[in-house]
Design a protein around this ligand. Structure first.
Ligand SMILES: [Zn+2]
Length: 370
C-alpha cells in the first residue's frame, strides 16, 4: 500500500508571519503554501498517478556524502546531496513510483518484460567513490536498484583528485582571479578543434572552460591548472577499478559516461571516445557482459554523436534533457534519447537539509512528456 503523503505533513506556514516579510519573500512563502496544499491535499499525487501512466522518469545524481565527512564542505554543492537527503529521496520515489533497474529498461527495449506503469530509474554520473561508500548502503537498505555511469579515464587515472573539481572549486573559493580566468580561457580556446566549441548563452563560464579543458589529454591540461589549489587531499575522489566490482556486488549496475568526459560534440570522432570507454569499462569491471547504456558527458549531443553512439552499440542512451519519457507497449518509446531530471539538494531541501516533498513533487511531476 502506498503511504499517504499527509503522514509526513510538517507545520503549515502561518499567514500572520507574512506581514513582516518583504514582497519577494512573501511571494516565495505564498508559492510554498500553494505547493504544500497541492501536494499534501493529494491533488498533485493523484494528477501524477493519472497523467503519468506508461511513463519512465529517470533521475540524475552525482555525489552522496555524509555531512560529517570532511569532504562535504569541499564538494561542489550543485552536484552533492547528503546521505540523509538521499534516503529521503528514495522514500519519495518508493511512494510515488515503481523503481526499476537499468536491466529492466534495456530488456524492455529488446521486447522483454514490460516496464511498470510509472517507472523511475535512479542514475549517478561520473563514478564518484562516495557512490560506493554512502549511496550503495542506503540503496540496499531500501532495496532499490541504481546505475552509475562511469567516466572511464577518471576511474582509470591514478590521481587522487579529478582535475575538474580543482577548476570548479577555484571559482567557488575565489582562487580563480579574473587574470587567471582570462589566461586559462585563452589557452583552452586555443587548444580546442576550430569550430568544435560553441558557447551557450546560458552556460556559466566555469562549465564552458571545463568542457574545453576536457578535450585535452592529461599531459597538456595538467600544466594549465597546476597553480590552482588542489582539493580533498588525502582521499581519492573517484572509484577505483576494484571498487567498480564492489559496486556491482552491492547491486549497482554500470553504464558508460564517455572516456574523457569531454562533450562528445567537441570531439573530431566521438565514436572513438565511446568505443574506448566501452572497452575500458568492460575490462576494468571484470568482463561485464552487457554494456549497452550511455549517458552523455555534460548532456551534450547532436545527430552525429547520436549516430556514433548507436554504431558503437549503445541501445539505451540517456541525455540530461529534463523531461518524462513516454512508454510504448513494452518499453521506452525513444530509448535512443531518454531524458533525465537532475536532483539538486539546494533547490529541494528545507533549512535542515531534509527533502521538501512538495518541492520534489512539483520538480518531477510537472515536466513535459516526450
Ligand atoms: Zn559527468
Amino acid at each position: 500500500m502506498q503511504e499517504s503523503p499527509a503522514r509526513e505533513r510538517v507545520g503549515v506556514d502561518k499567514p500572520m508571519a507574512l506581514r513582516r516579510m518583504d514582497p519577494g519573500d512573501m511571494n516565495e512563502a505564498l508559492k510554498r503554501i500553494a505547493k504544500k496544499a497541492a501536494y499534501f491535499s493529494g491533488v498533485l499525487p493523484i494528477q501524477h498517478a493519472l497523467e503519468h501512466r506508461d511513463t519512465l522518469t529517470a533521475v540524475m545524481f552525482h555525489r552522496v556524502l555524509d555531512r560529517d565527512d570532511p569532504r562535504w564542505n569541499d564538494a561542489n554543492p550543485r552536484d552533492t546531496v547528503s546521505t540523509e537527503f538521499f534516503a529521503d529521496c528514495l522514500r519519495f520515489f518508493h511512494r510515488h513510483y515503481d523503481v526499476v533497474a537499468l536491466e529492466d529498461v534495456i530488456r524492455s527495449t529488446k521486447g522483454g518484460a514490460r516496464l511498470p506503469s510509472r517507472g523511475l530509474l535512479i542514475t549517478f554520473d561520473d563514478g564518484w567513490s562516495d557512490n560506493l561508500r554512502y549511496a550503495a548502503p542506503v540503496l540496499r537498505a531500501q532495496g532499490l536498484p541504481a546505475v552509475v555511469f562511469v567516466t572511464v579515464d577518471a576511474v582509470a587515472s591514478r590521481d587522487a583528485e579529478w582535475w575538474q573539481e580543482r577548476v570548479y572549486a577555484a571559482y567557488r573559493t575565489g582562487a580563480m582571479t579574473p587574470e587567471r580566468h582570462a589566461a586559462l580561457d585563452a589557452a583552452a580556446t586555443a587548444a580546442v578543434r576550430p569550430g568544435a566549441w560553441v558557447q551557450r548563452p546560458d552556460e556559466p563560464s566555469v562549465l564552458s572552460l571545463i568542457a574545453r579543458l576536457g578535450t585535452l589529454d592529461a599531459a597538456r591540461r595538467a600544466p594549465l591548472i597546476a597553480d590552482l589549489p588542489p582539493r580533498e587531499q588525502g582521499t581519492r575522489m573517484m572509484l577505483t577499478p576494484a571498487e567498480l566490482a564492489a559496486l556491482r556486488q552491492a547491486g549497482v549496475e554500470l553504464g558508460v559516461h564517455g572516456f574523457s568526459h569531454a562533450p562528445l560534440t567537441m570531439l573530431a570522432d566521438p565514436g572513438d571516445d565511446l568505443a574506448l570507454a566501452r572497452e575500458g569499462l568492460r575490462s576494468m569491471a571484470g568482463g561485464i557482459s552487457s554494456l549497452d547504456a550511455l549517458a552523455y558527458p555534460h548532456g551534450r549531443y547532436d545527430a552525429g554523436v547520436q549516430a556514433a553512439a548507436e554504431r558503437v552499440g549503445f541501445t539505451a542512451i540517456f541525455t540530461s534533457d529534463e523531461h518524462i519519457n513516454r512508454l510504448k507497449p513494452g518499453g521506452v518509446a525513444n530509448a535512443r534519447s531518454i531524458g533525465r531530471i537532475v536532483i539538486d539538494q539546494q533547490l529541494l531541501s528545507d533549512e535542515r537539509g531534509r527533502l521538501r516533498s512538495e518541492e520534489m513533487a512539483t520538480w518531477l511531476f510537472r515536466r513535459p512528456l516526450q
